[in-house]
Design a protein. Structure first.
Length: 265
């Protein structure tokens, strides 16, 4: 394994540079259009993607590349190590001047993340982790919630989903909030600011890869809603769904979500 401290320095510096560029691009005025699925993309997404690609691949030319804003190439599957990047996670918040957007970057080795950063420029927050090295916010160690009861737990999820009538085992009353960026939601769970984040739809690797390492290094747990562990740099770069929480809550959530079929992909 390479020097993870050097890896982390590289991706943290790149994320911070990307954050500065994203802020400057928005100040200068954005060009906005829609992807084929209808989600928005901006000129800043593309500029940040290019900056990160140039910076990271020039430093590690033997690494593969997976990014939301770069056409996927199966060549990455032959790379033992790849960068997994979302140039701007939470583009809608970014466009509207809200702070809940971030730049997640991970280095994946043999299918698992080994170094990760989630940088939220508008909030001045940078979450980091290395495999076996713990997780930090602004250089201070963080840990996931030790809450062991779903009753009154603070959860990042759609309340309409959880409070619907279709659950075999009802949920207790919980406190729900929303944040635009999936990666930032995971970072907040890692820091213990929320007890859990739940989303039952498939999630792209670039949205969840960095967060997975940061949560697990903070002592939390991450899986799909059937409790299956994630593996990255697969031919289909998606995970089935997201259950992210402190360790005691994870089995309580999965017990309720496991009867729900996996979404078709």
């Amino acid at each position: 394994m390479s020097d993870l401290a050097a890896d982390l320095d590289l991706i943290r510096d790149a994320a911070e540079a990307a954050g500065r560029l994203a802020l400057a691009e928005r100040d200068a005025g954005l060009k906005i259009w829609s992807k084929s699925g209808g989600s928005p993309v901006t000129s800043a997404d593309m500029a940040v993607d290019q900056l990160l690609k140039d910076t990271l691949l020039s430093a590690r030319p033997d690494h593969g590349w997976l990014s939301e804003e770069t056409t996927d190439n199966a060549d990455r599957l032959s790379n033992r190590r790849i960068f997994v990047v979302d140039p701007i996670d939470g583009t809608v918040a970014y466009m509207k001047g809200k702070p809940w957007w971030c730049i997640p970057i991970a280095i994946v080795e043999d299918g698992r993340p080994v170094a990760a950063v989630i940088h939220a420029p508008a909030l001045g927050e940078t979450f980091t982790a290395t495999l076996g090295g713990g997780a930090s916010l602004q250089g201070r160690a963080i840990s996931a919630s030790d809450t062991n009861d779903l009753d009154d737990a603070s959860v990042l999820a759609d309340a309409r989903l959880i409070e619907g009538p279709h659950w075999l085992e009802p949920w207790p009353a919980m406190r729900f909030e929303k944040r635009n960026a999936i990666a930032y939601r995971m970072a907040l769970v890692a820091a213990g600011a929320f007890d859990a984040a739940i989303n039952l739809a498939p999630k792209w690797d670039w949205d969840v890869c960095a967060g997975a390492l940061i949560v697990e290094e903070a002592g939390g747990r991450v899986s799909d809603h059937h409790g299956h562990a994630w593996r990255f740099n697969q031919a289909d770069p998606r995970q089935n769904s997201l259950v992210c929480s402190g360790p005691a809550l994870h089995p309580l959530i999965v017990r309720r979500t496991a009867p729900i079929p996996l979404a078709p992909r």
